[in-house]
Design a protein around this ligand. Structure first.
Ligand SMILES: [Fe+2]
Ligand SMILES: [Fe+2]
Length: 330
């Protein structure tokens, strides 16, 4: 896969460069002066999203060679000066429709989404065993219920972003955030050993599951709110998803454990001003809301500091009220 970035290509009318790109969107645009159709196409090159035109081709012809949103393509690009940098794509060919080919072209988490998903299931089952041990062998069935719930939502859970912007706002951001939360939850049960590990880790894995209904995520990871997202927010939508799944679930599930799981989801934003439905009433809910806040902020620190030069300090971030500094250690 070549590493050419569109923003650094020189303006050179008449000369083209071969590039590999991910397709964000495309649409028929009309007919050019020469009477031939052309399309608008938006692509990602591993660094930025760029829009341009492709002449003498229709959206249907593109689909005829199996190109769609999320495809990796190769194309020739010409950069000209027309109200700023103007991109014209030609000789578009499909490279791959496998989402793993997107890795170098769109922002992705640092770990493989499938592996993070498998680890989450493992952490839930491990914590269920730990809780059963603490309860002299009594099992609530909560961990298995949550694993079955995740399996039923696996494809969307693995692909979804976790936000429009701010934290984990990338393809597979939801599974990445949930994976870090589950790991943080396990660490907290080592410090505060009376915590119900099965409840806390299960809730960490699915606390934001309502985002599968409150947002849509494009193939390249861009999220947008749904009308239900605006009307009800992801906490309520997540509880609705659980209740619907419960109606079809045939395994054992203790009622009180299920009730607590829903409480943890309802309270995971910690404060009413942060859209929590209710406030944490059990220690697991308090811990969940705090590690959620921590993980979101950690992501913002990591992302913003990575964009700074060593020794540089950023403007104040309005969301968390601080500047970011990148230490200069030579
Ligand atoms: Fe949330
Ligand atoms: Fe979250």
């Amino acid at each position: 896969m070549n590493k050419v970035k569109l923003s650094t290509l020189p303006i050179a009318k008449g000369s083209t460069t071969e590039v590999t790109l991910a397709v964000a969107s495309y649409k028929n645009c009309g007919v050019a002066k020469n009477g031939k159709p052309y399309i608008d196409i938006t692509v990602m090159d591993g660094e930025a999203m760029v829009s341009g035109k492709a002449f003498s081709i229709t959206a249907e012809e593109l689909e005829g060679i199996s190109v769609r949103e999320g495809s990796v393509i190769s194309a020739k690009v010409e950069v000209s000066d027309f109200n700023g940098r103007s991109y014209t794509f030609s000789d578009i060919r499909l490279e791959s429709n496998d989402s793993s080919a997107l890795v170098q072209l769109v922002p992705m988490p640092p770990h493989d989404p499938e592996k993070m998903y498998a680890e989450i299931l493992k952490m839930i089952r491990h914590s269920a065993d730990k809780t059963a041990e603490q309860r002299c062998g009594a099992r609530s069935g909560l961990g298995e219920f949550v694993c079955a719930f995740l399996e039923a939502n696996k494809a969307d859970y693995i692909k979804s972003s976790a936000a429009l912007k701010m934290h984990h706002d990338l393809r597979s951001g939801l599974v990445y955030h949930s994976f870090r939360m589950a790991m943080a939850a396990i660490c907290m049960t080592k410090v505060y050993s009376a915590l119900d590990a099965e409840l806390l880790v299960s809730a960490a894995a699915i606390h934001d599951i309502g985002k599968l209904r409150s947002m849509t995520t494009s193939e390249l990871g861009m999220a947008a709110y749904t009308s239900d997202g605006v009307l009800f927010e992801h906490l309520l939508l997540g509880i609705e998803m659980l209740n619907e799944f419960r109606l079809t679930y045939e395994g054992e599930l203790e009622e009180e454990a299920y009730r607590l799981l829903k409480h943890l989801i309802a309270s995971h934003h910690g404060k009413k001003e942060f859209d929590a439905i209710t406030l944490p009433a059990v220690p697991e809910a308090l811990v969940l809301s705090m590690i959620d806040d921590l993980d979101a902020k950690m992501y913002m620190y990591e992302k913003n500091i990575a964009q700074l030069e060593p020794g540089a300090i950023s403007d104040k971030n309005r969301l968390i009220g601080t500047s970011f500094y990148r230490p200069d250690r030579g």
